[in-house]
Design a binder for this molecule. Structure first.
Ligand SMILES: Cc1cc2nc3c(=O)[nH]c(=O)nc-3n(C[C@H](O)[C@H](O)[C@H](O)COP(=O)(O)OP(=O)(O)OC[C@H]3O[C@@H](n4cnc5c(N)ncnc54)[C@H](O)[C@@H]3O)c2cc1C
Length: 321
């Protein structure tokens, strides 16, 4: 019997003890922001820490490919079946609390401990209610804290690495009976533009701590509202996408959307995927697009950028094969 089959049998047998959801042949297009993707052979959405421990045990006995998904806003899933386990972080680690940090925060600042599955939108709502300034940099990013740390997500105002103090995680590949919580106080070298340099294979973030500035709630809300309006005006929010497809090729002093523009590819379409008319660093799903369509557009842009402009483009979106 293959590891996939025996994993599946053991997963079925877990149904009564697992508090979250277990699904078989679950269509990934249902929750991917792109609305693209074939089924996952196995999809679990844990609700309690014990669920993660059960999964850890299962993976130790039956080593199969697995992938941790946050809110699925930076992922392009394959059209074919994902032959492994997707672990979707949605219902576990959802708290936001103000804490007294180990080393005292400077005057006028505070620290929040935030669960990895908390969405940026939820954090921003709380920030506006309670006057947590400085977090408006995440306005409009449709991701979870876990995904935003993994991606060092940010906007023109700033990125995750500017405010993150500490992370906590478990490792699902760890060769131990129980899951250990690891933690790290961050240094500048842990992050670079849209990258983290501390997570390793099998790591699943559980909590993070972020710094905020004490501010007047009305002012925080006004800053967030203004940034939302700006995004609605400049980004194709009416279509499914993954946000920016490419990282800005900073060493060339040009932004990714300008590269696509120079190539004359604004609005270019393959199948039902299209380089957005509104923002050429977005590739949108016009309805029923395939991962193959999006990948073909990505390849076209990369090939032509290299050949015609001498620019090597790198994807920001994470593509699963
Ligand atoms: C309309 C739109 C606008 C966007 N605008 C921006 C923007 O302004 N700035 C920006 O930076 N991004 C932007 N994005 C991209 C995306 O929202 C970010 O990259 C976000 O950080 C992804 O978070 P997620 O929870 O959806 O992660 P996912 O897409 O689910 O996963 C992304 C990566 O994070 C990892 N990951 C997720 N959760 C965990 C966890 N708990 N532990 C360990 N690893 C984890 C995954 O394995 C994967 O490698 C945009 C996307 C869309 C659709």
């Amino acid at each position: 019997m293959s590891a996939l089959d025996s994993f599946g049998d053991e997963l079925k047998a877990l149904k009564d003890r697992f508090r979250g959801e277990i699904e078989f042949q679950a269509p990934l297009s249902k929750f991917a922001y792109y609305r693209i993707g074939g089924p996952a052979r196995f999809l679990v959405t844990p609700r309690e820490f014990q669920d993660l421990e059960l999964i850890h045990g299962l993976l130790r006995r039956n080593p199969i490919p697995f992938f941790v998904v946050g809110w699925g806003s930076n992922l392009l899933f394959p059209d074919h079946e994902f032959q492994g386990l997707m672990i979707r972080m949605k219902h576990l680690f959802t708290g936001v609390e103000e804490i007294v940090p180990e080393s005292r925060a400077p005057e006028g600042q505070g620290v929040l401990r935030v669960g990895a599955s908390v969405g940026a939108n939820v954090l921003l709502r709380i920030a506006a209610e309670r006057g947590y300034g400085g977090l408006h940099r995440f306005t409009g990013i449709p991701g979870s804290m876990g995904g935003m740390v993994a991606m060092n997500a940010g906007t023109h105002i700033g990125e995750m690495s500017d405010v993150i103090v500490r992370s906590e995680w478990v490792n699902l590949l760890e060769n131990s009976e129980t899951l250990q919580i690891h933690s790290r106080v961050h240094e500048a070298s842990d992050f670079s533009y849209r990258r983290n340099h501390f997570l390793t294979k099998g790591d699943l973030l559980t909590h993070i701590e972020v710094r905020f500035e004490k501010a007047e709630p009305g002012r925080v809300k006004a800053e967030i509202d203004e940034l939302y309006q700006r995004r609605k005006a400049t980004q194709p929010v009416e279509y499914p996408s993954c946000g920016s497809v490419f990282m800005n090729p900073k060493s060339h002093g040009i932004r990714a959307w300008e590269v696509v523009e120079k190539l004359g590819l604004r609005g270019h379409r393959i199948g039902n995927a299209q380089v957005s008319e509104k923002h050429p660093n977005f590739i949108v799903n016009l309805g029923g697009a395939k991962a193959a369509d999006v990948r073909a557009l990505i390849e076209l842009i990369k090939t032509r950028a290299q050949a015609e402009l001498g620019i090597e483009m790198h994807e920001e979106v994470r593509i699963l094969s």
